[in-house]
Design a protein around this ligand. Structure first.
Ligand code: GDP
Ligand code: CA
Length: 321
């Protein structure tokens, strides 16, 4: 079975780990979000690709769900001593090696998709990981400039998320470069030839949103014959971890399992909500999407594998319709 999944960082990769456990023989392709990418100290950092690569490759710091296990911060301390910005984004020593290799290969002319493949040679994540695009796309967040005159400024997503903890209200979210971007080689094919397309419980606005915003990808997902099934990243009206509610607010979507389903209703065949949101199933089904309530807390490998199994079961159910 060929499964193609769109994924952000932590939520996406934890789910993917469960998926590989639930379907060990499946051929899984992951289309990763690159709109979180940022250049720091001259280095190209791809947080979501790396989280998928480290999580599935056994190199992740489990306690936080991102970054390298056994990390040290000697370089970050030295940079701090120089007062080098951006100090709000700490890069660990081990992690830095990844960014050095990536930046060096990009400078040598390799596209990000080839670089990602090379990095995955080491990590053997057990999936084919492809960035959504080889082109530069960056999520920027428009916030008040601080003065009362209504002036605004756009900041990089990471500055809003990591430095400001998404506490400053986002007026708009802008995907800079998305309209000019092309899907990376293999992306459209992986969607067209899939037996199942999955939307893991990733951030709908800044992880899944940017992937679908690359021209051609949303249409390919809608057009593929494969059943399309998603899992709600919202449980009981709140994001399980992180600040997805702040991002949803910025685009005027309620922080509910049904609200997120509606964002993707044009392309979804099936949607899983948590059992506490069982009453939302009627709303989602009214939008034409088959909806089932199952436990959606990724508390460990078994519960997460069960979620993945439920998603694949739902895909079979809607395929038969
Ligand atoms: P990021 O790029 O690291 O922010 O990760 P993703 O975009 O892939 O996923 C983040 C989202 O995962 C959060 O907004 C949460 O809503 C969701 N999430 C995290 N843990 C869980 C969980 O245990 N269950 C569910 N259903 N969603 C989760
Ligand atoms: Ca991310």
């Amino acid at each position: 079975m060929r499964i193609t999944a769109l994924a952000g960082g932590i939520g996406g990769s934890r789910f993917l780990r469960g998926l590989l456990r639930a379907a060990p023989d499946a051929e899984v392709t992951v289309i990763g979000n690159t709109a979180d990418d940022i250049t720091l100290h001259g280095l190209h950092v791809s947080p979501d690709l790396d989280t998928v690569m480290y999580t599935l490759g056994g190199g992740i710091e489990e306690s936080q769900g991102w970054g390298r296990a056994g990390e040290t911060f000697a370089v970050a301390e030295e940079l701090g001593a120089y007062g080098a910005e951006a100090q709000w984004f700490t890069l660990g020593d081990r992690d830095l090696a990844t960014h050095l290799v990536r930046t060096q290969m990009l400078a040598a002319g390799y596209p990000l998709s080839a670089v990602t493949e090379a990095l995955c040679d080491r990590w053997q994540p057990g999936v084919r990981l492809i960035p959504m695009t080889d082109d530069r796309v960056e999520t920027h967040v428009v916030v008040a400039a601080g003065d009362d005159d209504g002036a605004e400024r756009a900041i990089h997503f990471q500055e809003w998320w990591v430095r400001l903890h998404a506490e400053v209200p986002a007026r708009r979210i802008v995907l800079v470069g998305a309209d000019q971007a092309k899907p990376a080689p293999g992306v459209l094919d992986a969607i067209a030839t899939a037996d199942v397309v999955l939307l893991p419980p990733s951030n709908p606005v800044v992880s899944i949103g940017p992937i679908l915003a690359v021209p051609g990808i949303r249409d390919a997902v809608r057009a593929t014959k494969a059943p399309k099934v998603g899992l709600s990243p919202i449980i009981g009206g709140s994001p399980v971890r992180g600040m997805a509610d702040a991002a949803l607010k910025a685009i005027g979507v309620p922080t509910t399992a049904a609200g997120v389903a509606e964002l993707f209703a044009d392309l979804l065949d099936g949607w899983l909500v948590d059992t506490v949101d069982a009453e939302a199933t009627a709303t989602v089904e009214a939008a034409g999407v088959r909806c089932v309530a199952v436990p959606l807390w990724m508390t460990g490998p078994d519960t997460t594998a069960a979620m993945a199994r439920a998603a694949l079961d739902l895909a079979e159910e809607v395929r038969a319709r």
